[in-house]
Design a protein around this ligand. Structure first.
Ligand SMILES: Cc1ncc(COP(=O)(O)O)c(C=O)c1O
Length: 418
């Protein structure tokens, strides 16, 4: 039998976070090696637990979880999400405009499927969280990347975003707080991006899954209140702020002029109905999560585990001759760049492989996040601070080798011959 053919556009999709390096890591583990895996922002894998009152809410309702729910989700959970958005100032937030999904991941896919016709364009950040570009491609659209460069604190430039708008552009995607860079977007910047969307009649899609994960004086500005009457889809969920990735609970809230959003709303509803409903048990934790007090704040404040992990990364980068870091203001990652002698001839993928093979550390190369440069990598801030310091010690050891080779190439080639 000839090999089964697969969807051709899959060849355009990048997803290194669980890709070739992760596969090699599994092989090494199979051979008995113990690895430090920093490739996935999965709090439960690093000893974090979902708050107990969320677990209890599911346990208390387990007998009610057998039937399908409405395709958009449990009414009481949608009411809790709508109320949360009303408190933030989202206009017209109502349970009818809330879509609950199997994580934000499923809703990204559904919403792009609801929106795109072949060759429609979506403006995406570079670096991006690669599901956004993958879902754009697999729903027949074309990602068009706007730059969020380290020289600008990883913030986008609204003028550049506008310069990329074409007759085929349908939406602007923002990830705030950002994965992988940790940038948190100030209000004035968001207002300028809203103005671009308004001028060109584009849907705003904002991935706010890290909305409570903030360090120092960083302030999160929800986009929907600034978008006002413009169509805006805001995504969040239980995976990160509430440390419950495995429950697969996410939501999207549609805001803006109901007449302009009507067809899109129906399309989302139809696609939701085709997959029947989201996983039900996790939905019972939503009200408890949104009404039950802040449990992420203490982890992100001075002395908290995430704050100290971030401090460990910042101090390690400061102490290194070869690393440059824009300190993350939010989210669960750092995205350092390699500079100086170590950066000569540097290739992020080869570096990640070297870290894995020689130092037992799994990181994600920056180019996996759709950036044109190849001198960055991503680590998650979820491990214990001491472990992160150890990881950066190993990273620096490898980078010093690179720098040494760059400074005295003759010696290295003689050594190689010997
Ligand atoms: C920016 C961003 N959006 C969405 C997701 C997926 O979230 P979920 O677990 O709700 O599917 C992630 C997961 O890491 C993420 O970083």
């Amino acid at each position: 039998m000839p090999p089964l053919k697969t969807r051709e556009r899959l060849s355009e999709v990048r997803y290194e976070i669980r890709g070739e390096l992760a596969r090699r890591a599994r092989e090494l583990e199979g051979q008995g090696r113990t690895l430090i895996k920093l490739n996935i922002g999965n709090p439960g894998a690093f000893g974090f637990r979902a708050p107990e009152h969320l677990q209890r809410a599911i346990a208390d309702h387990i007998h009610d979880t057998d039937p399908y729910t409405h395709q958009q989700g449990l009414p009481e959970a949608r009411e809790a999400i709508a109320a949360h958005h009303r408190r933030r100032g989202t206009p017209n937030a109502s349970p009818e405009r809330v879509f609950i999904g199997n994580g934000v991941s499923e809703l990204i896919d559904i919403s792009l499927r609801a929106l795109l016709n072949p060759d429609d364009e979506v403006l995406l950040p570079s670096p991006d969280y690669p599901l956004w570009s993958a879902a754009t491609i697999l729903n027949d659209g074309r990602p068009v990347f706007y730059r969020c460069n380290p020289e600008n604190g990883f913030l986008p430039d609204p003028d550049e975003i506008e310069s990329l708008v074409s007759a085929r552009t349908r939406a602007i995607v923002l990830i705030n707080p950002n994965n992988p860079t940790g940038a948190v977007y100030p209000r004035a910047l968001l207002e300028r991006i809203v103005a671009v969307a308004e001028k060109h009649r584009l849907l705003l899609m904002v991935d706010e899954i890290y909305d409570g994960v903030l360090y120092g004086d960083a302030k999160f500005e929800p986009l929907a209140p600034l978008a006002g009457n413009l169509p805006c889809l805001s995504f969040s969920g239980l995976s990160k702020v509430h440390r419950a990735c495995g429950w697969r609970v996410g939501w999207a809230v549609l805001s803006g002029d109901p007449t302009a959003c009507g067809d899109f709303h129906h399309a989302m509803d139809l696609l939701g109905a085709l997959r029947l409903c989201a996983n039900v048990p996790g939905q019972f934790a939503i009200e408890a999560a949104l009404d039950g007090g802040d449990t992420i704040g203490p982890l992100c404040a001075s002395g908290g585990r995430l704050f100290e992990a971030r401090r460990a990364v910042i101090e390690s980068c400061e102490a290194s001759e070869s690393l440059r870091l824009v300190a993350p203001a939010g989210a669960l990652y750092a995205f350092p760049g390699v500079a100086g002698a170590a950066a000569e001839g540097f290739d992020d993928h080869a570096f990640a492989l070297e870290m894995l093979e020689t130092e037992d550390v799994l990181i994600v190369p920056g180019s996996s996040f759709n950036v044109p440069y190849r001198n960055h990598f991503r680590v998650t801030l979820l491990p214990e601070p001491a472990l992160l310091r150890e990881v950066f010690h190993r990273i620096d050891r490898v980078l010093q080798r690179h720098a040494g080779r760059a400074r005295s190439p003759g010696e290295v080639s003689r050594a190689a011959v010997a």
